[in-house]
Design a protein around this ligand. Structure first.
Ligand code: HEM
Length: 490
């Protein structure tokens, strides 16, 4: 009897081993994974850095195991472009993640987390149409952005050279742009409700980073410390949601199809016209779209500006060159305009270099395949979790020698003009899922950055240690909090 049991046990172990081997063979090879935890222990060191080591060993496409879930990591521009651009119809879905299920509750999944298909396509198309109508990424929005930049300049002036953390003011200023386009209104920097909303947004992103383990092991929600993180994610998400619901309700009450005021009205108009696809989706779809635009439109651009300021205080020579260029082309009084972008190549190159050296979305947003396919000789099954490793493009020594060196001239040609084409640089990703706010973000980055550098010199507080650039891995890859002094130039 005992012998039979032993034989059964051995057979079971062999069966599990063979099954495991069979499963692993379906995916591109990668680092050795441990039972239950997979590669999570290594990834805790910061996925983008660990991926860089594994790329050297396993090539541009490898599999990592998130617990028992395989994830195929695409590294370098060839693999990323081949998958997301050339096979965009197969690589553009999103996985079903536990945390998304907890924060987005219905079939109407908005844009960023929605699976690929006609509903996502239509929702994205409508959002883009109305974002464009209200000037996102167009010159007609310039006065709004410039006004926000000028208000920010005043807020910075009021600090009177004293050290402060610029995170909140930058967040408020940037968020006001997306609020103007989407909600049709802006908020004063001292508006308590708005500051609370900003805080909720940052708390959401922070807690999401700590609760991510639940996407791999949902059962961990019964562990008190993990549960607390989950509760924080849900609380912040629900509070932002309540705010969005309130604003949409206000819009419904005052809606006039002949006077479309903003993106929310645009969606209500689609409803009013009986848009076939959108009207079949639950009302939650619009709530999720607006929530997506608000959250994606704030922390991303504001964090990029914070990285740029951090690299400027660490590289005063670059800061001086940007200011010199602005002084020559613009002077200290002329209003900044997007039309000046081509006349300020070094300034624009500095923004791009900040986006390269510290990609705020190093592993992009996860994708999922919808059919089996082959990429650069690797077979990838349908339903595979895909990680487009954007960091690997921006740190690729083949295109960016000495990649940790901050050097805006990488983006310039021999005549000091912006190089017409840039290889291995995709901060907004690529393919059908690429960032919906790319044009808007580019306008904002240029107008805010140039307005600030026209007026101020940024320095570390006297005696303070220059902060490192290691960053904090979260939903958005951000610098560790730091204080700066802002010295008026006039
Ligand atoms: C510097 C600023 C920004 C950066 C670097 C950035 C980057 C990204 C990246 C890497 C993605 C994932 C693309 C993919 O899955 O392949 C994304 C998606 C997205 N972004 Fe941005 N973004 C920025 C600003 C904005 C702004 C201002 C908006 C507001 C309109 C926005 C709205 C979105 C939306 C809605 C998606 C989801 C698209 C979809 O799933 O179809 N982003 N962004």
């Amino acid at each position: 009897m005992e012998l039979l049991l032993l034989v059964a046990l051995v057979l079971l172990v062999v069966y599990l081993y063979v099954e495991d081997l069979r499963l692993r063979r379906k995916y591109p090879p990668g680092p050795r994974a441990w039972p239950i935890v997979g590669n999570l222990r290594d990834l805790a060191r910061g996925p983008h850095r660990v991926f860089a080591e594994w790329r050297l060993k396993y090539g541009d496409i490898f599999t990592v195991w998130l617990g028992s879930r395989p994830a195929v990591v695409l590294n370098g521009q060839d693999a990323v472009k081949e998958a997301l651009q050339k096979h965009g119809d197969i690589f553009s879905s999103r996985p079903d993640l536990f945390l998304w299920g907890r924060t987005i509750r219905t079939k109407g999944k908005g844009i960023a987390t929605a699976p690929y298909g006609p509903e996502w396509k239509e929702t994205r198309k409508v959002a883009l149409t109305w974002l464009n109508t209200f000037g996102a990424g167009k010159q007609s929005l310039e006065p709004t952005i410039v006004q926000e930049a000028q208000d920010l300049v005043q807020v910075f002036k009021d600090k009177r050279g004293q050290p402060f953390d610029p995170t909140l003011s930058l967040g408020l200023a940037v968020s006001n742009v997306i609020c103007s386009v989407v909600f049709g209104r802006r908020f004063n920097h001292d508006d308590e409700r708005f500051s609370h909303l900003m805080e909720l947004n940052s708390r959401y992103f922070r807690a999401y980073a700590s609760a991510q383990v639940l996407n791999v092991y949902p059962k961990l929600r019964y562990v008190p410390s993990v549960r607390r993180n989950l509760e924080e994610v849900v609380t912040c998400s629900e509070e932002i949601r309540s705010f969005v619901i309130e604003v949409i309700q206000e819009h419904r009450e005052t809606f006039d199809p002949n006077n479309i005021r903003d993106v929310i009205d645009g969606f209500l108009l689609e409803e009013h016209r009986g848009n076939r696809i959108l009207s079949e989706l639950p009302g939650d779809n619009v709530i999720n779209v607006i929530k997506n635009l608000f959250t994606a439109g704030t922390d991303t651009t504001a964090t990029t500006l914070r990285w740029a300021l951090l690299y400027l205080v660490k590289n005063p020579d670059v800061q001086r060159k940007v200011q010199d260029e602005i002084d020559v082309r613009l002077g200290k009084q002329t209003r900044v305009s997007i039309l000046l972008r081509e006349h300020l190549p070094y300034t624009e190159a500095t923004i791009r270099e900040a986006q390269r050296i510290r990609t705020i979305s190093p592993s992009s947003v996860p994708h999922e395949t919808t059919a089996p396919t082959t990429i650069l000789g690797h077979q990838i099954p349908s339903g595979t979790f895909i990680v487009p490793n954007l960091w690997s493009l921006h740190m690729d020594p083949k295109y960016w020698p000495d990649p940790e060196r901050f050097d805006p001239t990488r983006f310039l040609d021999a005549d000091g003009q912006l190089a017409p084409r840039t290889e291995s640089f995709l901060p907004f990703s690529t393919g059908p899922r690429k960032c919906l706010g790319e044009q808007l973000a580019k306008y904002e980055l240029f107008l805010f950055f140039t307005s600030l550098l026209q007026q101020f010199t940024f320095k570390m507080p006297e005696g303070a240690l220059t902060p490192d650039t290691e960053g904090i891995v979260g939903q958005v890859f951000s610098p560790r909090p730091f204080e700066i002094c802002v010295i008026p130039r006039i």
